[in-house]
Design a protein around this ligand. Sequence first.
Ligand code: GLA
Length: 384
Amino acid sequence: MELNRRTVIAGAAAAGIAATTLGTGTAEAASGGRKPVKEPFGKLADGTKIYRWSLENGGTRLKVLNWGGVVQTLELPDRRGHYANVALGFDNIDDYVAKTPYFGALIGRYGNRIAKGQFTLDGKSYQLSVNDGVNSLHGGTQGFDKHVWDVEPFVKGSDVGLVLHYTSVDGEMGYPGTLKAKVTYTLTKRGEWIIDYQATTDKATVVNLTSHVYWNLAGEGSGTIEDHELTIPAGRYTPTDSGLIPTGELATVRGTPFDFRETKTIGRDIRAGHVQQVQAKGFDHNWVLDKGITAKPEHVATLRDPRSGRTLKIASDQPGLQFYSGNFLDGTLTGTGGRTYRQGDALCLETQHFPDSPNHSNFPSTVLRPGQVYRTRTVHTFDA
Ligand code: GLA
C-alpha cells in the first residue's frame, strides 16, 4: 500500500508547508524532487567540519550527516497527517562522537559481531579491533560509523538522494584489503527510503554493511516500543552464547518467543524467560529469513505502531535480519527532542548476513574478492 496522497497533503497543511514540496503532487512529479539542502552541523575536535543534508520526497523527510552517514532524523506522517521524527538521534556532533550506540549510522566493514575479532581467510589469520568484551562489534573501535563520508546530492527524475563514499584502507581495524564503499540513500516520490550498498576490494576480505536506525514509530522519546506490532517471515534464528556470538545452530522459532511469523506485539513475549532472551536482555538476535538470499529485495519485516498507524515495511536481498529491542538503552542518553532514552524505547531491524559468518562454514559467505562487486539493497516503505 502506498502512502495515501490526501493524508500526505493533510500532513503538509498541519505542518504548515506547501503540499507540492512533498513530492506526491503532480507539479512535483513533473518537475522532479527538490535538491537536498546542506547546512553546517558543528566540528570535530580536529576542526573538521560536519554537515547535515535535508531531503524530502513523497511525504518522507530525512536529515543525514556526513559523519557515519548518520540518519539524524526521519519524519513521517501518522494517519491524520501529523508528523513525528521516528528515529533516535542527537542534536549535536559531540554526542555522536562521544557516546552514540550507533544511532542511525552506516555500519561496516562488518555489521554485528566477529568472535574474538578473529577469522581465517585463504589460510591467513586476521586479528581485528576488539570493542565488545573479547569480540569485535560493528567493525571495531573506529567502524564506518566513526568516519567522515564524502556526500554528493542528486535529483534523478522523481527521486532525490545522496551518494556517500568511504574508503577503508588495507589493514584498517585489522581487515585485509582497501575497501571502497559507496552507499546511496534514495527517497522516491512514494516516500520510500532505499539504501543501495556497493563495495569493491583489492584483496580478499569480509564485508557486511548495514544501517543502524533506532525506530520508534510513535516518535523518538515517546516511550516504549513494546506495543509496536512486528512480523518477521523467518522460521529459524541463530541462538548465541553469552557474548551474543552465534553458536552455529539454526534453531526453529516454533514454540519460542522468537516466532514473529504471525504478527504480535514486541512486548507480548519479551519477558517469556527464554534463556536466549535472558542472556541478551531481550531480543538481540539474527533471524534466518525464509526467503534466503534473493536477487531482488523481498519482504523481511513489518513494524506498526497501532496508535499512530505508522507502518514500516522492510524489503532486502540479504539472508538475515538482526532485531535488537534497544536492550542497552539505559536512561543515560538524551536525544534530539530533549527526552531521555530508556531500555526498549526503540528497536533496530538490521538487514545483513549472519553475525560471525567468517567463523561458520554453514552460514552464507561474506567473503568479497578483487574483481567482485558487493551489492545489496534495502527498501523501507512507509504507510499510515
Ligand atoms: C547491535 C547489536 C546489539 C548492540 C547494538 C548497539 O544491534 O546486535 O547487541 O550492540 O548493536 O548497542
